[in-house]
Write a protein that binds this ligand. Structure first.
Ligand code: S3P
Length: 437
């Protein structure tokens, strides 16, 4: 991939009326369930990101046909639960942890072998969290010392298990539920803290019997999925960058339309409200079984907080943006209980701490979080380590910094948020490509 660096300069206020692209978690799942359903699934609001396109390309190699009537739409011609066919080609998940972990569960139950590979970042991420419990179900998956590539041996009969997951992870839960569709008996996942329930709600919408409540989900093998149309809400995690930007830039007033408000995703709203933010939730409604609403965010000075531990899992993807909000707040913000950040697309605690330090922010890294003292943000040069959410977070920092911030390695923003630069500049960001040295 060609290297792309950005410069983010002072700008704002952040004003306008925008919609961010479709939800990544829902888009991955709609492709997978549509693929193994009977009938034709029409997905609207599909995220045209590299992560979700990688999942579509893999399913295509496994024999699923897709039509693209318009950008942001996919028609999936389902092949039924047992209709996927094998390929000897490696299946490339790109940067996508969700793609790889969920597909590991889906492929564990097939009659053919498959190999899942990923880019340099994904190749360094832990996979035993899914391969161990899938192994308990009878799957055989070889890893490279617990990391990708995953070599999945087909034709292994799976048996349902009850799994008490040590980590609050929707990816682990979803991998096991997907394998559970192919298993004999009951597969139950119990989580230490409830996580996003899109897999459960989509299974239900596709007609598969499922029992679930926050933190628990149970399926039995031996049913069928019936195609159903899926409306994908705007991704809260993409909206998060604009929410924080409007909170911290004086004079801002921004409306974000139709944002998905799954309660296991919106911890950032609770955190920012504790910090004094002015965020109104308007026009609440439901779309495709999910709560959505318009968010109206106005600038108001923030103050530091000790973040309550129980909201950490509900904002796991929003920490890079919250680090920037904390750097702009008055006083100290303490984040604990967030060690999972170290195994995301980059080590997000270290990457954010190093970047903020390079811009003169006082931040102490902790094993499971950070202590961030708010104050002026200076200019500097930061490395996103190819992590989309880090790159977009430093774009916010540049808006309020006293000098330009150069952000290295930003091409992966296209994995989750194609069109970010144009949308951001349209509401007051001042973001452009860095000139080669
Ligand atoms: C996701 C679950 C979360 C999240 C990721 C998407 C999903 O990961 O960070 O961006 O779609 O299930 P974990 O399951 O590792 O917490």
């Amino acid at each position: 991939m060609t290297r792309l660096d950005w410069v983010s300069r002072a700008g704002g206020p952040v004003r306008g009326d925008i919609a961010v692209p479709g939800d990544k978690s829902v888009s991955h799942r709609a492709l997978m369930f549509g693929a193994i359903a009977e009938g034709t699934t029409h997905i609207r609001g599909f995220l045209e990101g590299e992560d979700t396109r990688a999942t579509a390309a893999i399913l295509g190699k496994l024999g699923v046909r897709f039509d693209t009537p318009a950008p942001g739409e996919r028609v999936v011609h389902g092949v039924g639960l047992h209709g996927l066919r094998g390929t000897t080609e490696p299946l490339d998940c790109g940067n996508a942890g969700t793609g790889m972990r969920l597909l590991a569960g889906l492929l564990a139950g097939q009659g053919f072998d498959a190999t899942l590979v990923g880019d340099a970042s994904l190749s360094g991420r832990p996979m035993r969290r899914v391969t161990d419990p899938l192994g308990q179900m009878g799957a055989q998956i070889d890893t490279h010392d617990g990391k990708p590539p995953l070599r999945i041996h087909g034709g292994r009969p799976l048996k349902g298990i009850t799994y008490h997951s040590p980590v609050a992870s929707a990816q682990i839960k979803s991998a096991l539920l997907l394998a559970g569709l192919y298993a004999e008996g009951t597969t139950e996942v119990i989580e230490p803290h409830p996580t996003r329930d899109y897999t459960e709600s989509m299974l239900k919408a596709f007609g598969w019997p499922i029992e679930y409540s926050p933190g628990k989900a149970k399926v039995q093998g031996g049913h069928a999925l019936r195609a159903v149309d899926v409306d994908v809400p705007a991704d809260f995690s993409s909206a998060a960058f604009f929410i924080v930007a409007a909170c911290v830039v004086p004079g801002s007033a921004l409306r974000l339309k139709g944002v998905g408000l799954n309660p296991r995703r919106t911890g950032l709203l609770a955190a920012l409200e504790l910090m004094g933010a002015d965020i109104a939730v308007e026009n609440e409604r439901h779309s495709g079984g999910e709560a959505i609403a318009d968010l109206v965010v106005r600038h108001r000075p923030l103050h530091g907080v000790a973040l309550p531990l129980d909201i950490v899992p509900d904002m796991i993807d929003e920490f890079p943006a919250l680090f920037v909000a904390a750097a702009c707040a008055e006083g100290m913000t303490t984040i604990r209980g967030a060690a999972e950040l170290r195994v995301k697309e980059s080590d997000r605690i270290a990457t954010m701490a190093n970047g903020l330090k390079a811009c003169g922010v006082m931040i102490d890294e902790l094993p499971d979080g950070a202590m961030i003292r708010g104050g002026p943000i200076g200019g500097g040069s930061v490395d996103s380590h190819g992590d989309h959410r880090i790159a977009m977070s430093f774009a916010i920092a540049g808006l309020v910094a006293t000098a330009p911030i150069t952000i290295g390695d930003c091409a992966n923003v296209a994995t989750s948020f194609p069109g970010f630069v144009e949308l951001a500049n349209g509401v007051g960001f001042n973001l452009g490509p860095a000139l080669p040295p």
